[in-house]
Design a protein around this ligand. Structure first.
Ligand code: GLN
Length: 402
C-alpha cells in the first residue's frame, strides 16, 4: 500500500537524531535539552507515596484540582496574576501537547500562523496537521531581535494565531516588556490568538525578569501561555505541562485535549502538587543552579577561539565557530560529533530560509563533569584547528550512556 504522508517533509527530529548518534559514538551529549543529573529525591518519594496511597486511576480531564490550585498559587507568586484553576488551567502531556492541542482547537484549514524562526520544531507540524499555514518571520543573528515591521507586514486577514517563545529555544534570548507592548498594539482589533511558549520561564540570567504574557492584561485576553513541569523540576521524563488561558480559549483547548491525551498520569499530578506546595521557591533555586552551570561552561570555553554570544535565558548557550571553520552549521555539528565527540544542535534547521550563520547550541543542564569533559573536547578540537598541538580526545565519562 502506498502511504500518503500528511507530513511529507518531516523526518526524525534533530534532537533525537543527535542523541542517538551521540550514544552510538560515545560522545558527550550537549545537544538535546535534558538534564543528565538526578532529580530531587523528594519528588521521587512523593510519586511513590501517591501510588501507594492509591492515586492510580484516571484524573479529571482538566487535571487534578490540587495541582491546578498549586499552579495558580505558583503563577500568583511568580507574576502576581490571579488565574481561575477550574476554568483557566489545563494540565497537559508536556508543553508539546499544550501547544499541539491548542493549535488543533483554534486553527482551521487555510488559517495563517505567524512563527518566528529559529522556531521550535513542533510548531509547524502542529499547524500543518490543523490545515493551517505557517508564515515565518526570521529573527536575525547574532542578536535575534524581533523586527516588528516585518510582523506587521506578515499579518493578514487570514492570520489566526501568533506563536512566541521566551526565553527562546534555540536563540537563548528573552522577550522584553516593550516587545510585548508592541505586539499587543499590532494585534489590537484583530481576531488573532497568541500562544506563548514559556517553558524556560524560570531560567533567566543576570538579574533579568521573565515577562509572561499573563502579566500583560491586554495580551492575556487572547493568550494561551504554556509551561513545563519537566523543565521546572528538571525531570523532562515526567511529561507534565500546563496551559493557562481565558475560559473561552480553555474551553476550546479542552475539547481537543480530552480526545488527544484525555488525562495526565494521576500519581504524577498528586506528587507534583505536593512538591510545589513544599518547595514554592523551586523556580528561584533552579535559576541559581543553572546560572552556575552556564558560568562554568562559559569559563571552560573562555580562552578558546569559539565566541560565546550572551545567553539571556533557557538552559542553552550558543557558540559561534566562525574563527575556526567555514563549514555550514549542520556540517560543523557533524564534524564536532565525529572528530571531537561532542553532540551539539545546529540552528539553521529551525529556519525556513536560514541566514548565513555559524552558531551551534549547547545544553548546560548537565553534571559538572559532563560540562567539563564537553568543554575540554571542544577546546582540544579548536586548538587543533588553530594549528596548535592537539590534545588527545578522552573517552566518555564512565558509566554514562552518552
Ligand atoms: N526541548 C528539547 C530541546 O530543545 C527537545 C525535546 C525533544 O527531543 N523533543 O532540546
Amino acid at each position: 500500500m502506498i502511504v500518503r504522508s500528511k507530513l511529507p517533509r518531516v523526518g526524525t527530529t534533530i534532537f533525537t537524531v543527535m542523541s542517538q548518534r551521540a550514544a552510538e559514538l560515545g560522545a558527550v551529549n550537549l545537544g538535546q535539552g535534558f538534564p543528565d543529573y538526578d532529580i530531587d529525591p523528594r519528588l521521587g518519594e512523593l510519586v511513590h507515596e501517591a501510588m501507594r496511597q492509591g492515586h492510580n486511576q484516571y484524573a479529571p480531564m482538566p487535571g487534578m484540582p490540587q495541582l491546578r490550585e498549586a499552579i495558580a498559587a505558583k503563577l500568583d507568586r511568580s507574576y502576581s496574576v490571579r488565574v481561575d484553576p477550574d476554568l483557566e488551567i489545563t494540565v497537559t502531556l508536556g508543553a508539546t501537547e499544550a501547544i499541539f492541542s491548542s493549535v488543533q482547537a483554534l486553527v482551521a484549514p487555510g488559517d495563517e500562523v505567524i512563527v518566528f524562526d529559529p522556531a521550535y520544531d513542533s510548531y509547524e507540524p502542529a499547524v500543518q496537521l490543523a490545515g493551517g499555514v505557517c508564515v515565518h518571520v526570521p529573527l536575525q543573528p547574532p542578536r535575534f531581535r524581533y523586527d516588528w515591521d516585518r510582523v506587521k507586514a506578515a499579518l493578514s486577514a487570514r492570520t489566526r494565531m501568533v506563536i512566541i517563545n521566551s526565553p527562546h529555544n534555540p536563540a537563548c534570548t528573552c522577550i522584553s516588556a516593550q516587545d510585548l507592548a508592541t505586539l499587543a498594539e499590532l494585534l489590537r482589533g484583530r481576531e488573532v490568538c497568541l500562544i506563548a511558549d514559556e517553558v524556560y520561564e524560570h531560567i533567566v540570567f543576570d538579574g533579568r525578569a521573565h515577562h509572561s504574557v499573563l502579566a500583560h492584561p491586554e495580551l492575556r485576553q487572547r493568550s494561551i501561555a504554556v509551561f513545563s513541569i519537566g523543565k521546572t523540576l528538571q525531570a523532562t521524563g515526567l511529561r507534565v505541562g500546563y496551559a493557562v488561558a481565558p475560559r473561552t480559549l480553555t474551553a476550546e483547548l479542552r475539547k481537543v485535549h480530552q480526545f488527544n491525551t484525555f488525562t495526565i498520569a494521576t500519581p504524577l499530578q498528586v506528587a507534583i502538587a505536593r512538591y510545589l506546595g513544599e518547595r514554592p521557591d523551586c523556580g528561584d533555586v533552579l535559576r541559581t543552579f543553572l546560572g552556575a552551570k552556564r558560568d562554568r561552561l562559559i569559563a571552560a570555553l573562555a580562552d578558546s577561539s569559539l565566541l560565546l554570544p550572551e545567553a539571556e535565558g533557557s538552559f542553552f548557550q550558543l557558540i559561534d565557530y566562525r574563527a575556526i571553520s567555514d563549514l555550514t552549521d549542520v556540517e560543523f555539528a557533524d564534524e564536532l560529533l565525529m572528530r571531537a565527540r561532542v553532540a551539539t544542535i545546529p540552528l539553521s534547521v529551525f529556519y525556513q530560509q536560514a541566514p548565513p550563520m555559524t552558531l551551534l547550541r549547547l545544553c548546560f543542564a548537565k553534571r559538572d563533569e559532563t560540562l567539563d569533559e564537553g568543554a575540554a573536547r571542544l577546546q582540544a578540537y579548536a586548538r587543533k584547528r588553530n594549528g596548535a598541538a592537539p590534545a588527545a580526545v578522552r573517552p566518555a565519562p564512565s558509566g554514562k550512556p552518552w
